[in-house]
Design a protein around this ligand. Structure first.
Ligand SMILES: Cc1cc2nc3c(=O)[nH]c(=O)nc-3n(C[C@H](O)[C@H](O)[C@H](O)COP(=O)(O)OP(=O)(O)OC[C@H]3O[C@@H](n4cnc5c(N)ncnc54)[C@H](O)[C@@H]3O)c2cc1C
Length: 499
């Protein structure tokens, strides 16, 4: 993608919407806003194949089958979320996901079809019905992002600044006026953070290295609240090949939906492969500890791998022959549930600032994201955020001067190592306290939030508090503007809105 022509270059004036990030969420918000007549600037630090969206394998969840329903999808989402899903966010997702799939098809995304010409639907852990819409077998992210990026590049109301990095938000603490990049400030009536998640802060991760929670760092520095930072989902089945470039690469859950089995050192099954992710991850960690091994096996022999060409190619490149025996796997950080606290239209607690996709936290995923709800989230909440962004008050004609020398504090390798060892799949207060001294601000906030949630729930396991505390049902950790962590009951819809 290249910059648009000078006629639409808004360097000298405010855009209607500035979007930071060009993954599924950012591209979708850009198209929705531009199609409604808004002038949009998209700032994207990296090329498309470095987004998490590009790497998405399984697909997106939507109750489109004749034997399925939004209420069943909601029930599965609540079950997976372990008692702290925000009910209003779940209702929005399940009700609007089928229309989001249709809208993507209208935009020319080609999802896989069955022999009957209907959408071919996959099954993943925690889902009680086949409802995963996918493309290219396990290449859904590539298909989605390539098509949306092509449409964004063509749209005359969208200017893309590929290669530009957001270093700070243009904020006076009361309102966001745009974003400050390494190529200069971009003024906008509304600014949307679509910067993705932070799971690459954990050394062992399925995510591209750029997933460092930039949106949360930028938003907190600008005066917006964050939420649920202690909740990072560890995917159960990432390749365990330490010391190679393949360590941490994801083996999609969809293969378990097609019969792949988890086996311990004795070659026997030890858990329900299609239970929600937190449960499967916990069972694998317990088995690894009991076996005194670094991994368990994923037996792919029952799976027709020709339906998963990307997985077959990955294994072949890693020198693994799946027909010869189980593939070594272990959990890796996969999805940061926490992020910039938003209402159901993506509005943060700072006027003029919105967040969408993995950068945001609506409370939808509770304490454990249901597989494939996150891509659906990008589109469902992206549509709502685009409308809210266009409804924002006009840009301030005389905003205060932006920070002339903004500096984004990138995480070091040492930070990534510390986050994995001190705030990994099983936590304790002593190690979390040590993480509070880390130089990267988000690492400190993750530690403070994990200390504040004094229980084990969903993806958050504390060795000193092994049980759920029912008093924390429907309670979320919120990082306030001063950086203090409080436990909050999720507010009524719209209470956080100040755009
Ligand atoms: C291997 C893998 C497989 C997955 N499979 C699935 C799946 O099958 N189904 C599902 O629902 N979910 C899946 N997920 C999760 C899902 O892909 C993500 O949650 C979702 O794609 C996030 O989209 P996003 O647009 O919010 O962020 P991303 O796609 O990560 O995009 C973030 C964008 O922000 C940009 N950016 C970040 N910081 C800055 C900055 N400071 N300045 C400028 N630009 C910046 C990045 O360059 C990028 O363009 C998977 C994740 C991974 C890693």
């Amino acid at each position: 993608m290249t910059s648009r022509s000078p006629s639409t270059d808004r360097r000298d004036g405010a855009a209607d919407v500035a979007i930071v990030g060009a993954g599924a969420a950012g591209l979708h918000v850009a198209l929705e806003a531009a199609e409604a007549g808004g002038r949009v600037v998209v700032i994207s630090r990296k090329p498309l194949n470095e987004t998490a969206s590009f790497h998405a394998q399984g697909g997106l969840a939507a109750a489109v089958a004749a034997d399925d329903s939004p209420s069943r999808h909601a029930e599965d989402t609540f079950n997976a979320g372990r008692g702290i899903c925000c009910p209003a966010a779940v209702e929005v997702l399940v009700a609007e996901a089928p229309a989001a799939v249709e809208a993507l098809m209208r935009r020319g995304v080609r999802f896989d079809l069955g022999a009957d010409g209907e959408l071919a639907l996959g099954l993943e852990g925690g889902h009680s019905a086949r409802r995963i819409v996918h493309a290219g077998g396990a290449e859904t992210g590539r298909a989605l992002t390539s098509r949306l990026a092509a449409l964004v590049a063509e749209h005359e109301l969208i200017e893309v600044r590929e290669g530009a990095s957001a270093l700070a938000l243009w904020s006076d603490g009361e309102r966001c006026h745009g974003v400050v990049t390494d190529e200069g400030p971009v003024a906008a009536a509304a600014t949307v953070l679509a910067t993705g998640g932070g799971a690459a802060l954990w050394e062992r991760t399925t995510n591209p290295r750029g997933a460092i929670g930039a949106g949360a760092v930028l938003a907190a520095a600008a005066g917006a609240e964050l939420a649920d930072l202690e909740l990072c989902q560890f995917h159960p089945t990432a390749l365990a090949l330490p010391g190679t470039g393949f360590d941490g690469k994801l083996i999609t859950e969809a293969v378990r939906g097609e019969g792949a089995l988890l086996v311990g050192a004795d070659g026997r099954r030890f858990t329900d492969e299609l239970a929600p992710r937190d449960q499967v991850t916990a069972a694998i960690l317990d088995r690894i500890a009991a076996d005194g091994a670094g991994a368990v096996g994923l037996d792919l022999r029952p799976v027709p791998l020709e339906r998963f060409p990307a997985i077959a190619a990955l294994l072949s490149a890693a020198g693994i022959e799946p027909a010869a025996g189980p593939v070594p796997i272990a959990p890796a950080a996969h999805y940061l549930i926490g992020g910039v606290r938003t209402d159901l239209d993506g509005r943060s607690t700072l006027a003029g600032l919105l967040a969408v996709g993995e950068a945001s936290c609506t409370g939808l995923h509770g304490a454990n994201r249901l597989a494939s709800n996150s891509l659906s989230e990008c589109f469902v909440f992206g549509t709502r955020a685009a409308a809210a962004a266009l409804g924002a008050a006009a840009a301030d004609p005389a905003p205060p001067d932006p920070d002339p020398d903004p500096r984004f504090p990138a995480p070091t390798e040492e930070t990534r190592h510390s986050v994995w060892t001190l705030a990994g799949p099983v936590r304790d207060p002593e190690r979390l306290e040590r993480l509070r001294a880390d130089p990267y601000p988000l690492a400190r906030l993750i530690a403070a939030s994990a200390l504040a949630r004094e229980e084990s729930r969903g993806v958050h396991r504390r060795s000193d508090r092994p049980l759920i505390d029912p008093a924390l049902d429907l309670r979320h950790t919120v990082v306030g503007v001063g950086g203090e962590v409080r436990i909050d009951r999720w507010p009524p819809v719209g209470a956080a809105a100040r755009v």
